[in-house]
Design a protein around this ligand. Structure first.
Ligand code: IPM
Ligand code: MN
Length: 356
């Protein structure tokens, strides 16, 4: 089993280091190879997704990804910006299904900005389509506006579009995920305004015929955002497009106290996947040894479960994370009075020690 390890920028290298230590402590013969990506890719090879890095990712059985992005690169043209690395990997590897679980560990109920009774016991899964929508739709660009009241002015434009097969395949992923959970799926759209999402709703409704055991409902994205902070426990699985999923998953992450806790999986049709924390590269705290490595460690657990067929090892890691939380260890992002503040490496140490 070969794992491509792509640490990236900001806190990426620090958190990946801890996840790699945890993987090495499992006693499995994984082959891991590291390559630069994002700003680090640009610095080393002049491109955020260097050819050798893409090749490694294509050859590997799974990819463990840190985070990309740094202020240093904000002035580069779009094609060279660090974000293009993750967008390019998703597209090139056809990683269309993004699973973003938001689970509140009971020990962290007080770390959420919401009242404990609103979030305690929270366990939802956002299934975000990841290779279509306005993120990738063509045409796009900046041009001289050809018509309408702003004719002749410069305008920026992007295209929202979804092919039927794209909607069908993500719907199948979401229904199947719901079948393994509480059998409830909420499809999030903007069918009241957008043609693309009227069509989305129609196709998801059709796919539902194959999953009569799952209860499906539809919700507009603005209402979904409101319900996520009002009564998030009402949701089980949510499925939505790339753009709405990006926004809703950040909101869902914060329900759990810290985005530093949330892993994610991005899968292709054969369960090959890229695994990354839901948070970003946090350049403001990079190199300080204070970042929370748990989202990355939990992403490694998802990798073992979905791509490497080692559910037992995934369970071991998840149990170890629960144990260190129960021991009261906290990185700064989840620290509360009465707990013990630790740094990135100490948190990694504790997880390794807690492995049974
Ligand atoms: C995410 C990130 C990315 C996205 C950025 C870095 C391109 O916000 O994974 O949610 O918008 O998809
Ligand atoms: Mn995002």
């Amino acid at each position: 089993m070969k794992i491509a390890v792509l640490p990236g920028d900001g806190i990426g290298p620090e958190i990946i280091e801890q996840a790699v230590r945890v993987l090495n402590a499992l006693g499995e013969p994984f082959e891991m190879e590291t390559a630069p990506v994002g700003g680090a890719g640009y610095a080393a090879h002049g491109h955020p997704l260097p050819e050798a890095t893409l090749k490694l990712a294509q050859q590997a059985d799974a990819i463990l990804f840190g985070a990309v992005g740094d202020w240093k690169y904000d002035t580069l043209e779009r094609a060279l910006r660090p974000e293009q690395a993750i967008l390019g990997l998703r597209k090139a590897l056809k990683l269309f299904a993004n699973l973003r679980p938001a689970i509140l560990y009971p020990e962290l109920a007080g770390a959420s900005t919401l009242k404990p009774e609103v979030v305690s016991g929270l366990d939802i899964l956002i299934v975000r389509e990841l290779t279509g929508d306005i993120y990738f739709g063509q045409p796009r660009g900046v041009r001289v506006c050809p018509d309408g009241p702003f004719k002749g002015e410069r305008e920026g434009f992007d295209t929202m579009r979804y092919a039927e097969s794209e909607i069908r395949r993500i719907a199948h992923v979401a229904f199947q995920a719901a079948q393994k959970r509480d059998k409830r799926l909420t499809s999030v759209d903007k069918a009241n305004v957008l043609e693309t999402f009227q069509f989305w709703k129609e196709i998801v409704t059709d796919v539902h015929k194959e999953y009569p055991d799952v209860a499906l409902d539809h919700m507009y994205v603005d209402n979904a955002a409101m319900q996520l902070v009002r009564a998030p426990k009402k949701f089980d699985v949510m499925v939505t497009g790339n753009m709405f999923g990006d926004i809703l998953s950040d909101a869902a992450a914060m329900l759990t106290g810290s985005i530093g806790m949330l892993p994610s999986a991005s899968l292709d049709a054969n369960n090959k996947g890229l695994y990354e924390p839901s948070h970003g590269s946090a350049p403001d705290i990079a190199g300080k040894g204070v970042a929370n490595p748990l989202a990355t460690i939990l992403s490694a657990a998802m990798m073992l479960r979905y791509s490497l067929n080692r559910a037992e090892q995934a369970n071991r890691i998840e149990a170890a994370v629960k144990q260190v939380l129960a021991q009261g260890l906290r990185t700064a992002d989840i620290y509360e009075a009465g707990t013990t503040k630790v740094g990135t490496r100490e948190m990694g140490d504790a997880v390794v020690q807690a492995l049974h």
